[in-house]
Design a protein around this ligand. Structure first.
Ligand code: ZN
Length: 240
């Protein structure tokens, strides 16, 4: 069984479609939240995920778009984009976002947006934070997003090792306990412009990170048409 894991799509339909076109055959698509926010096509992204039967969890941007007070914690650009998102989305999109759970598990995998401890908000960016979350992980593997950085924190002989995977990097998870981040589809922040995602082979018990180019200019043009903040438009050119 092959599963694609996508996170932080952020209303970037052009990037999502490039990812889906590059996948090959998969048996399931799981997402780790922040489906909307920042980008120009929230309805289009939710419609696409509905079409392909993706299952997943709620991110802080999804909660805010559904009407939550998470918006009060956003920086000015994120807040402006969220106010636009709230006004732009169709009722069916709001309902879909509202129905997303904060946590979900599939087989040996726990899915969250931020962390196991704080599914909406905590950023797993260091070994101490990863260790605290591995301590409360109830399945062998935790899948998380939120940082927009492809990453693995894996237990080995009582220690936690941190790995920053690149395009084509593979991680074998047989017998391991680890936290795994696919990176961001719609707004990468590791200095690489291309969309990042993960493909897992559950028979082989391994996962592989992939990067795929998309038409950044097309997303940026749609953002300009929507009147979204210039800094959010520009950052897509740098992957930051
Ligand atoms: Zn995000």
């Amino acid at each position: 069984m092959r599963v694609a894991v996508l996170s932080d799509i952020h209303s970037n339909l052009v990037a999502l479609d490039a990812v889906l076109a590059s996948l090959g055959t998969v048996d399931a698509v799981w997402h780790l939240g922040d489906v909307v926010g920042y980008g120009p096509e929230p309805d289009g992204v939710v419609d696409r995920l509905t079409e392909i039967g993706a299952v997943g969890v709620r991110g802080n941007h999804d909660a805010a778009a559904a009407g939550g007070d998470e918006i009060d914690w956003f920086n000015p650009d994120a807040r402006a984009a969220m106010e636009w998102t709230r006004a732009a989305i169709a009722d069916r999109t709001r309902d879909w976002l509202t129905a997303l759970p904060e946590r979900h598990s599939e087989r040996d995998f726990s899915l969250v947006h931020g962390s196991l401890r704080e599914p909406l908000w905590e950023y797993i960016v260091s070994v101490p934070i990863a260790r605290a979350n591995l301590a409360v992980l109830t399945t062998p593997i935790g899948l998380y997003g939120h940082t927009h950085l492809p990453m693995v924190f894996a237990e080995r002989d009582g220690a936690v090792e941190q790995v920053e995977p690149g395009d084509g990097s593979r991680f074998g998870f047989a017998g391991r306990r680890a936290l795994v981040n696919p990176g961001s589809v719609g707004q990468p922040r590791d200095g690489i412009v291309t969309a990042s995602y993960l493909v897992m082979d559950l028979d082989d018990q391994s996962c592989t990170w992939r990067r795929v180019s998309y038409d950044v200019g097309s997303t940026q043009a749609a953002m300009r048409d929507a009147g979204l903040p210039p800094r959010l438009i520009e950052r897509l050119s740098y992957g930051l």
